[in-house]
Design a protein around this ligand. Sequence first.
Ligand SMILES: [Zn+2]
Length: 119
Amino acid sequence: MRATRQGLPLVDREIQVLGLIAQGGSYSEIAAALHLAHASVKNYAASAIKKLGARSQAHAVHLAYQAGIFRRERHGDHAGYTAHIRRREPICDDCARGEIAYRAERRTTRRQTSQEAAA
Ligand SMILES: [Zn+2]
């Protein structure tokens, strides 16, 4: 459960909007990215802030991280991939691609490190 201080779970759109705010997105940018009206983004942000019992956007982002609200939504990288494994569920396409990129990157880093050590 995405329990919050107020006991009301956030809906997916509120989590999405808050996640993009956490990444520095403006209401206009978030509206464009999610194909929503500017006013809708404002409403989702306001209700997320209220449900979290936060005093500001920054406070809401902080509380959401503490409550682990974003962790469930994470996909497309190594952390998302390991989260699927931990939950014993199939790996989604985004996370499968992210994991391949992560492993390729690690191989490259390891090769560079051993070459530097040999030099
Ligand atoms: Zn995933």
